[in-house]
Design a protein around this ligand. Structure first.
Ligand code: DC
Length: 220
């Protein structure tokens, strides 16, 4: 089986690029961030203290996640409810980052993530795919961009959706999430030793897509 691991900080374009690459290469796209976001959503709805590992761990037995492909798009179900849209809210991204620091949360998702790659070709994106989840991935990519470039793109996206976007707030959120994701004790975001670094600060989406596709094809 072929597995492509794409890790990197939030806002580097991982999911939109990974989605298109998977469709182009005929692989299944697995968005591991959506799993952490679903747990973040559940914990938020329960009013749990997101930074308290025990409080969050106590909720895990109540959570059932299911991933289904509908018309080629990944949908995620939290206890039977399609939460694919609800998990995209800004505060749920931050909640996901908080709950993902707790070892029981990571352990809860690890087997599911590995089993998804066991019998199909996958392109999986996240923070620890090349370092922890799939250490033997066929190709590992570390996709990044400067915080400034990521904040500019995020603001544009929000504006296109008609949502308010204050550049300083968006940049501060990105920097806080980078800090949390790279400083946690378990499976922090870092470039795997054998990952190929791709920096998209100065290239647009189509150029990034072409560069990634070429890089993947050269390594499989
Ligand atoms: O990729 P994303 O923004 O949807 O991820 C949301 C949060 O989930 C991210 O800030 C950290 C966490 N996450 C993680 O810890 N490990 C992963 N493999 C994917 C996401």
């Amino acid at each position: 089986m072929i597995s492509v691991a794409i890790d990197g900080p939030s806002g580097a374009g991982k999911s939109s690029l990974a989605k298109r690459l998977a469709a182009d290469l005929g692989y299944v796209y697995v968005d591991t961030g959506a799993m952490y976001r679903s747990i973040g959503l559940y914990a938020t709805r329960q009013g749990a203290d997101l930074h308290n590992a025990e409080a969050v761990a106590a909720l895990l037995p109540q959570i059932q996640l299911e991933i289904r492909l509908l018309d080629g798009t990944q949908h995620i179900y939290l206890n039977g409810e399609d939460v694919s849209e609800a998990i995209r809210a800004e505060e749920i991204g931050m909640a996901a980052s908080a709950v993902s620091a707790h070892p029981p949360v990571r352990a809860f998702l690890l087997d599911t993530q590995r089993s998804l790659a066991a019998n199909q070709n996958v392109l999986m994106d996240g923070r620890d795919i090349g370092t922890v989840v799939l250490p033997n991935a066929t190709v590992k990519i570390y996709l990044t961009a400067s915080a400034q470039a990521r904040a500019e793109r995020r603001c544009k996206e929000l504006q296109q959706k008609g949502q308010p976007a204050d550049f300083a707030t968006v940049l501060a959120d990105i920097e806080q999430r980078d800090y949390q994701d790279t400083h946690r004790e378990v499976a922090p975001l870092k470039q795997a030793e054998d990952a190929i670094l791709v920096d998209t600060s100065d290239i647009d989406f189509d150029e990034s897509f072409a560069l990634l596709k070429r890089t993947i094809l050269e390594h499989i």
